[in-house]
Design a protein around this ligand. Sequence first.
Ligand SMILES: Cc1cc2nc3c(=O)[nH]c(=O)nc-3n(C[C@H](O)[C@H](O)[C@H](O)COP(=O)(O)OP(=O)(O)OC[C@H]3O[C@@H](n4cnc5c(N)ncnc54)[C@H](O)[C@@H]3O)c2cc1C
Length: 341
Amino acid sequence: MTSLDGPYHNLEVAEVIDETDDSKSIVFDIPDALRERFEYTAGQFLTLRVEVDGHRLVRCYSLASAPGLDSRHKVTVKRVVDGRASNWLNDNVAKGDQLEVMPPAGIFCLSDRQTPIVLFGGGSGITPIISLIKTALETTSRILKLVYANRNDRSIIFKEELGSLLLAHPDRLEIVHRLDDVHGFVDPALVVQEIGPKTDSDFYICGPGPFMDVVESGLASLDVSSDQIFIERFESPDSPVDAAPVDTSGGTVVTIKLDGHETEVSVGEGETILAAARRAGLEPPFACEEAYCGCCMAKVVEGQVDMLHNDGGIDQKQIDDGWILTCQGIVKGNARVEYPD
Ligand SMILES: Cc1cc2nc3c(=O)[nH]c(=O)nc-3n(C[C@H](O)[C@H](O)[C@H](O)COP(=O)(O)OP(=O)(O)OC[C@H]3O[C@@H](n4cnc5c(N)ncnc54)[C@H](O)[C@@H]3O)c2cc1C
C-alpha cells in the first residue's frame, strides 16, 4: 500500500492493449493481499491518481472486465481532446509500471430484476456497459439490446469482443451499431424506435453528455419510471464554483492540506468542505459530487466533520479511520483535513 494509510494502492500494470487509434486498455495485476479489497461488481470503476506536469490528477475509469469472468481488472481510457490525464495515460503507461489506484466503487450496476435490459453506449461509454453485458449474459437469463454509437467504424472499442458475444448468444443479445459518419447522430426518435415495446426494461446509459441527453429525452417520452434508468456520467457535472455569495460570518475555519500546502478556508453554514476549498481557489480532486466515487476523500485530523450522505464512496473502515468524502463533509466548528499525500 502507498500513501501511508490513504485510499490509493500501487498496482502493477500487467498489460497495455491498443484498442483503437485513440484508446488503450490498462490491465492490472492485483496482488493477493489486495484481492479482497479490489473485488468489484460489473459496472463499477477504478479511480487513478497520476502526476502530469507536476499536477496530481484524479480520474475515474470504468472496469471493462467482468468479475469472475475476466481474470484481471481492465480499464479502457479514451483520449479527450486537450485532456490531461487521458492523453498522459495513453502516451506513458507501459507494462510493469506502477499506478496509484483506489479500490472499485460505483452504483451503475445490474438490478436484480428479470426484465430485459436496453443499454445505450456512446464512445468510451461502452466500458462499464460491456462489463454489464458479459455479466448479465453469464449470470442471468435476461434479454439484452445494445445501441452503441460511435463517430465511425474505426472508433468502435471492443468491436471483436462484442461480435464474439453476439455469436455466442444470438438468442439473447442484439447489437445495433450507430455510426455518425454513416447514420448521423442518434436522436430521441431513434431511441424510442430501438426500445420498441420493451418499455418494461432496465435502461443503462453511458457516453458523452449530448448523447446521454438525447437518450434521456427519448426515454422521457415513454412510460418508464426513474428506477428503471441507470446513468453513468463520465464528464464531471458542470459544477462551477457557486457564484452566489457564501456567508462566512460564523467564523468557522477549515485548514486544508492539499499537495503539501496548507490553506485556511472560511466555511459558510452548511457549505461542504469541497465547495469551500474550490471557492477559495484550491483544486481538490473530485468527480461525482454525489458520494459514490470516493475521488474527493480526505482525512480529518482535527475537529469534527459530519457527512451529509454516503452512497458507497467510502467504507466503514475508512470512516472509522477518520476519512470523509469532502463533497459531503460539513464541519462542526474549526477543523483540519488532509488530502492523501
Ligand atoms: C464514474 C466515471 C467513469 C469513467 N470511466 C471512463 C472510462 O471508462 N473511460 C474513459 O475514457 N473515461 C472515463 N471517464 C472520464 C475520465 O474520468 C476523465 O474525465 C477523462 O479521461 C478526461 O480526463 P482528462 O484529464 O483527460 O481531461 P481534463 O483535462 O479533465 O479535461 C479537458 C477538457 O475535456 C473536457 N472533458 C472532460 N472529460 C470529458 C469526456 N469524458 N469527454 C469529453 N470531454 C471531456 C473537459 O470539459 C475539458 O474541457 C469516467 C468518468 C467518471 C466520472
